[in-house]
Design a protein around this ligand. Structure first.
Ligand code: FAD
Length: 560
């Protein structure tokens, strides 16, 4: 058995920042990651990271934009803390060596992003995530910590409401390992693969959120799923909001700039939920283009000119050329909305504490909540750093006085029993078939527009798939990189989280931010100005509600 004081699960920006803070506090720290750290989804972030650093901008405006963007479901005290930390933590990343793009006068260049009053999004061309990840990884290299690379967390060991460690699966040799830990930080990132059309990497299967839920942690606001308006047709590769920030225009099949009708003041730069709904409405009402991959609209960049497109949107050019055979310099890019971000996650406070003692969460796996019902672009890279650091500090402080963890011999057996059953079956369900059916179900019934009948059907189908999953079978018996086994593990997590998403969406009879009910089209503050809390019960999620944190921003109607 391995023993550490603090174990961070996940090596994206949140996990790395947590590990750095915990090491700096003098603790013995290990990182467990199913991917090499530099392959984490953080590295796919394109558009940038928000911080109010310019003379014309202010922290107060960043706070207000975030509160309004959240459709007033974000906790205002948490948002205030978050926005105040933005400038210093981005400058720290600059000092760690992040090569941010510059303006002509040498200052940090900023681009406009949806829902923001000022150009506030600091960027490194359209590779911001990778630039940050590489700089942080290099910084972490000079610290003394252990990396368990290509290990999958399979279960947390929680007894008496306290974490004692975890069980992980070593992909390289098929062995299960116990790690005892006084504190565990979950920084396992997104769960976007619940949907088929998603900008998220294949590895984004919500493992840590599912493990936390299994072990008694409360999940928050899981029904709020963000769809990004512009994903590349067919592959769903993200076309950054930076493309619209640079001046890109959305047009329907008649060549009309339709956003003028939906958001007259800011058009293409309205917040993501607004633009995604507009695109789907255009397609539904017959004003979109249609093709074998469904309806779509055009994103035009041509008027920006070759030089600007190729220097500011280098990756976008490359993606469009390689994956769609389209040259954005001379042709419009075909785009449709795709799942992009989960506002919900493991419920935490501003110190990244969960309801389980010694268990912390940060990054996209967590829900503080600063994004409320809708996240603003550029705020989640910032979240990984601000709350990753908070998680590391809090976990280290707790571990310095926490009692010695107690791991039992039975922990390993309990964690591995279901997996042994999957591999010993002579007959059963194929995990990838279940995953594909789940993704189609979620897209059809729990997508951008929702209603009672659809959600009920979605829930029925998800529960049926969960029943079928009880008979899942792993046919591959190899010990080395058994992807059939990891597929089964991840599919189980996706199914579990899908159920929480649908149950929460069904219960919330209002429209707020990214949760849009056609049968309840209005926001209902009297009944629903509250967070959904989901805990695992014997026959599915048990819902409860928690108040939203207010400081001084009175809820008003959200118009752009
Ligand atoms: C295509 C794309 C573009 C984006 N662009 C932007 C942007 O421009 N600006 C912005 O603010 N936000 C952007 N976002 C959102 C933002 O990038 C993410 O929310 C953020 O990077 C998530 O970071 P994280 O550290 O929480 O998780 P990740 O970076 O996803 O890291 C998760 C880590 O957890 C590990 N892990 C997962 N499961 C397990 C397991 N079972 N066992 C062990 N380890 C595990 C993985 O190996 C990985 O290291 C974008 C997202 C996408 C998908």
């Amino acid at each position: 058995m391995q023993r550490h004081e603090v174990v961070v699960v996940g090596a994206g920006l949140a996990g790395q920042r947590a590990a750095l803070a915990a090491v700096q506090a003098g603790r013995d720290v290990a990182i467990v990651s199913k991917l090499h750290p530099l392959r984490s989804h953080s590295g796919a972030a394109q558009g940038g990271i928000n911080a109010a650093v310019g003379a014309e901008d202010s922290v107060d405006t960043h706070i207000f934009d975030t509160v309004k963007g959240s459709d007033y479901l974000g906790d205002q005290d948490a948002i205030e803390f978050f926005c105040r930390e933005a400038g210093p933590i981005v400058v720290e990343m600059e000092h760690f060596g992040t090569i941010f793009s510059r303006s002509d006068d040498g200052s940090l260049a900023r681009r406009p992003f949806g829902g923001a009053h000022f150009p506030r999004t600091i960027y490194a061309a359209d590779r911001t995530g990778l630039a940050l990840l590489q700089a942080l990884w290099e910084r972490l290299g000079s610290e003394n910590l252990t990396l368990y690379d290509e290990w999958d967390l399979t279960r947390l060991v929680v007894r008496d409401g306290r974490v004692h460690g975890l069980v992980a699966f070593d992909r390289t040799n098929g062995e299960f390992q116990e790690i005892s830990a006084k504190a565990v930080v979950l920084a396992t990132g997104p769960a976007g693969r619940v949907y088929g059309r998603t900008t998220n990497a294949h590895s984004c299967t919500g493992d840590g959120i599912a493990a936390a839920y299994e072990s008694g942690a409360a999940l928050k606001d899981m029904e709020f799923v963000q769809f990004h308006p512009t994903a590349l047709l067919e592959s769903s590769i993200l076309i950054t909001e930076g493309a619209r920030g640079e001046g890109g225009l959305l047009k329907n099949a008649s060549g009309e700039r339709f956003m003028v009708r939906y958001a007259p003041h800011v058009q293409e730069l309205a917040s993501r939920d607004v633009v995604s709904r507009a695109i789907v409405t255009e397609i539904k009402e017959g004003r979109g283009f249609s093709g074998p991959y469904g309806g779509y609209v055009h994103l035009e960049l041509m008027h920006l000119g070759k030089e600007r497109i190729e220097s500011r949107l280098t990756e976008i050019c490359d993606f469009a050329r390689r994956f769609a055979g389209i040259d954005p310099v001379t042709e419009p890019i075909p785009v449709y909305p795709a799942q992009h971000y989960m506002m919900g996650g493991i419920g935490t406070n501003v110190r990244a504490e969960t309801n389980v003692r010694g268990l912390y969460a940060a990054g996209e796996a967590a829900c503080v909540s600063i994004h409320g019902a809708n996240r603003l672009g550029g705020n989640s890279l910032l979240e990984t750093l601000v709350f990753g650091r908070e998680a590391g500090i809090a976990a280290a402080a707790y571990a310095s006085t926490a009692p010695t963890p107690e791991m039992h011999e039975s922990d390993l057996d309990e964690a591995t029993a279901p997996l042994r059953a999957w591999s010993s079956r002579a007959d059963g369900e194929d995990p990838s078939t279940l995953r594909t059916e789940l993704q189609r179900t979620m897209e059809e019934y729990v997508g951008i527009f929702r209603d009672e009948a659809g959600l009920m059907e979605g829930l029925r189908r998800v529960r049926e798939l969960r029943r079928r999953f009880e008979k899942v079978r792993v046919v591959d018996r190899s010990q080395v990189y058994n992807l059939n086994l990891t597929d089964a593990l991840e599919t189980g997590h996706l199914l579990e989280l899908a159920e929480v998403i649908v149950v929460g969406a069904f219960a919330r009879t209002e429209s707020r931010g990214a949760h849009s009910r056609t049968d309840y089209p209005k926001r209902d503050d009297a009944r629903w100005m509250r967070h959904t809390i989901a805990r695992k019960g014997p026959s599915g999620p048990v819902l409860d509600y928690a108040p939203v944190g207010f400081t001084k921003y009175e809820p008003t109607e959200r118009v752009y």
